[in-house]
Ligand binder design. Structure first.
Ligand code: ATP
Ligand code: MG
Length: 347
């Protein structure tokens, strides 16, 4: 009886607790890249949450706004960006952060792992110094403590000769090894949130799966919240609890990974599933017709309307809201009618 009461109380507390990361109706306009260019919308509407210890895959084609979303979360948007909506970390709107809080947030609360580790290392700095730099500079640890922690973490990500690796320069390491170092770098301050922006896209497929497995394991062991960004729906579904599918600056569908892959509710998600090669299926691959659009190219209606085989006049005229029902969210006027028509796959 007591045990049941405790569980209920815990559940109420969990429901009341703010998400670790909460992005609500994020919209971003950036100044055009040419002189005299007007503002361009790069994100129309992004809402997603990462609960403490949960992993969310943000999936979308090139230019859909995935990296821009992470930049908004890290407060690293290009100069002149106009932002509306909110990004909240533990319930606190990050737009209220002052300089000191931003430094603490970026060096302790939230870590980033980037696609191309080489461009984030300094060719003249040994890996050991690089790994401990931030936590020492922000006085989270002494140099000795930081070196010990780095060595321990390097071993945990499968780098046995940690002490030797710490003495090496980035050019002496392979891409896979360097990305494991980046995982260590991200974990050094014991963050509660990690944003991984296409962390394995630049790696060979075999090394890719190794690095993904290591990242996933480390994140789960530490109950760190993860926002994993990728264009690969299969990869995202394999390692994340839930998925958010993005197209032209809009989240078009969200839900638990296995349910979303088995029963896509948005025609774009269904199109992505149909266009991926599968070894266990002989069915012909069907590419989504047309080319991916950037947010500023989308018309006033549904951002996917120009490529959607189910689009009606309403879809071209009126942008659908992301509607939540039964743990799934979909932004499609025809979601109910299409629920038996759209075909999924296996995760
Ligand atoms: N500094 C910038 N100024 C203006 N527009 C930009 C800038 N950086 C990116 N964009 C535009 O913003 C949109 C979203 O870019 P973003 O980098 O977020 O895409 P992405 O989904 O991460 O793509 P990829 O998979 O190629 O990394 C694109 O149309 C891009 O051209
Ligand atoms: Mg990107």
């Amino acid at each position: 009886m007591t045990a049941t009461k405790t569980t209920e109380a815990e559940m109420r507390q969990m429901a009341a607790a703010p998400a670790l990361l909460d992005i609500e109706h994020l919209r971003i306009d950036l100044p055009g890249r040419g002189r005299g260019d007007s503002m361009r919308r790069v994100i129309h509407d992004v809402s997603l949450s990462v609960a403490p210890g949960a992993s969310v895959g943000l999936v979308g084609e090139s230019g859909s706004g995935k990296s821009m979303t992470t930049k908004a979360v890290m407060g690293l948007l290009p100069k002149g960006a106009k932002v509306s909506g909110a990004v909240r970390f533990r319930g606190e709107d990050v737009s209220t952060y002052d300089r000191k809080r931003w430094t603490a947030y970026r060096s302790h609360d939230a870590s980033m792992i980037h696609q191309d580790p080489r461009s984030y290392t300094n060719p003249l700095v040994r890996m050991g110094d690089f790994l401990i730099e931030s936590v020492v500079a922000t006085r989270q640890m002494t140099r000795d403590e930081a070196r010990d922690k780095a060595c321990a973490l390097l071993r945990e990500v499968g780098i046995a000769d940690a002490a030797r690796r710490m003495e090496q320069y980035p050019h002496e390491l392979s891409g896979g090894l360097l990305q494991r170092m980046m995982i260590v770098m991200a974990l050094m301050p014991s963050p509660s949130l990690v944003l991984a922006d296409e962390p394995t896209t630049a790696l060979d497929p075999t090394v890719q799966s190794e690095v993904v497995a290591i990242l996933s394991e480390q994140i789960r062991e530490r109950s760190v919240g993860l926002l994993f960004i990728t264009h690969d729906l299969d990869l995202a579904a394999a390692i994340n609890d839930s998925l958010a599918v993005m197209y032209a600056g809009v989240i078009v569908e969200k839900g638990p990974s296995s349910a979303l892959v088995a029963h896509p509710r948005h025609p774009y998600t269904a199109g992505l599933l149909r266009s991926r090669p599968r070894l266990d299926e002989v069915e012909e691959l069907r590419a989504i017709p047309g080319r991916p659009l950037s947010a500023f190219e989308a018309g006033k209606g549904c951002v996917f309307a120009s490529r959607c085989e189910f689009a009606t006049d309403r879809c071209r005229e009126e942008r659908p809201e992301l509607i939540e029902a039964g743990g799934r969210s979909v932004a499609c006027h025809r979601a109910d009618e299409l629920s038996d028509v759209l075909v999924g796959g296996s995760a």
